[in-house]
Design a protein around this ligand. Structure first.
Ligand code: AMP
Ligand code: MG
Length: 409
């Protein structure tokens, strides 16, 4: 598939398109309480159950009266009071008014509220001379939201403010999509779990830890399968179990010339396609099916694993979760340094973006950018997204910056 592109590499956008074409949303719904709903994906449209505000109410502390009475200098008789939570139940007739507090329901007969500061009161006699307009200082029922109005469409991921909004409307439970179940595993005979001693030639496993932390922020149910030894039986057993999941994410073992059994066993048990992507870092990537599971094979190098997960697996998982996600927002910043780049791949360099003295955005890289250098991404707050066709960049040039989102930040 990759051969039809210049230098045999598939552009990222094309890879993403192919992936998103293959993934459809989970259909199962579940009802969760509002306090469990943050980060979940709405499964059924949510409409507003009530008017907000629920009744006409006063926007001021003052006197509720009939605007037709208030022409020129007049004196009205105060017949009672309306407090927030304690409405006045009578009707206000001609020549009368009620003392009313902010938020209190407007009593029958009243069609205007006169600010306290604009009247003089002696006993029950309230005198005013300012012009009064019908409807003044009255907030109308349904002015903010109307009963029946659409609030959230299916596919919306619920934010903390959405939870507040729903609570303010009396909504206690929400129908959301089931969380996709993701199996996460690592391949490589050289890998050792943190906490264990390191023998010659071994390195600590880090991908699974970083990827799990990232995926959990997407409200996925992540099961960590650990390090799979490079033995056919161990791999077969792990893949058989993983095939019961909605998605499988593995890292390592997808590079050309990798001397392990992963590829053979995947091809034997499912379907697998190896891609060479025109991105840096993260050239090797695999996508396939393992039973009903979508299989995402990330490169082993730690920065490559995070970049390909973020750029390819995450959008596919969002779609699997039923989310309609907007494409991420990028900004333009001026680079403070010269950046070496060869044309031919879309480069995700790691950087720090901030405001310069003149208030405009400036960006610098986090230093050495090797695909195994985890500090380059740990120290960063953004990617510098350098276009595929672009070559070396001078200090002072404009570059596109993708701020770290909630998954990376
Ligand atoms: P591979 O894609 O398997 O050829 O691995 C590329 C590089 O990434 C090698 O240096 C591996 O040792 C390293 N690597 C692979 N998997 C992991 C992992 N889970 N954690 C840290 N480094 C890894
Ligand atoms: Mg390997």
């Amino acid at each position: 598939m990759a051969d039809c592109y210049t230098n045999g590499l598939m552009p990222l956008a094309e890879g993403l398109r192919v992936l998103l074409d293959k993934v459809s949303s989970i259909m199962d719904h579940e009802q969760v309480s509002l306090s469990q709903a943050a980060g979940r994906v709405v499964a059924e449209a949510i409409s507003c159950p009530i008017n907000v505000p629920p009744a006409n109410n006063s926007a001021m502390d003052g006197y509720g009266a009939r605007s037709a009475d208030c022409i020129g200098e007049v004196t009205l008789t105060c017949i009672g009071q309306a407090l927030a939570g304690q409405p006045y139940s009578g009707t206000v007739a001609a020549g009368q008014c009620v003392w009313i507090m902010t938020g209190a329901v407007i009593p029958a007969g009243v069609d205007a509220v006169i600010m306290q500061e604009d009247v003089t009161r002696e006993e029950q006699q309230v005198s005013l001379s300012a012009a009064v307009k019908q409807g003044q200082n009255i907030r109308l029922a349904g002015e903010d939201l109307q009963a029946g109005q659409l609030l959230f469409e299916p596919g919306h991921r619920i934010k903390p403010a959405d939870i507040g909004l729903l609570a303010s409307l009396g909504v206690a439970t929400v129908a959301v999509k089931r969380k996709p179940k993701v199996a996460l595993l690592s391949n490589g005979d050289e890998l050792v779990e943190p906490g264990q001693p390191l023998a010659a030639g071994q390195i600590y496993e880090s991908n699974r830890y970083a990827l799990a932390a990232m995926l959990k922020r997407l409200s996925l149910e992540v099961d960590e399968f650990g390090i799979i030894a490079d033995e056919p039986e161990a791999i077969r057993e792990a893949f058989t179990q993983a095939s019961q999941y909605d998605a499988v994410i593995s890292s390592g073992g997808v590079s050309v010339g990798d001397a392990d059994y992963i590829k053979d066993i995947l091809s034997e048990m499912g379907q697998i396609d190896f891609w060479k992507l025109a991105i840096k870092p993260g050239k090797p990537f695999a996508y396939g099916r393992l039973g009903k599971a979508h299989y995402f094979g990330l490169p082993g190098n730690p920065v490559s694993a995070m970049v390909t997960c973020h750029q390819l697996a995450v959008p596919a998982l969002r779609q699997l979760a039923g989310e309609f996600a907007e494409p991420p927002l990028t900004v333009i910043a001026t680079t403070t340094e010269a950046i070496r780049k060869r044309p031919g791949r879309l480069d995700f360099q790691r950087g720090i973006v901030q405001r310069g003295d003149d208030g405009r955005l400036v960006v610098s890289t986090t230093g050495r950018q090797g695909s195994g250098i985890m500090s380059s991404i740990s120290n960063a707050n953004c990617f510098l997204v350098l276009e595929l066709e672009r070559g070396n960049i001078d200090a002072g040039e404009q570059v596109e910056v993708l701020l770290f989102d909630a998954l990376l930040g």
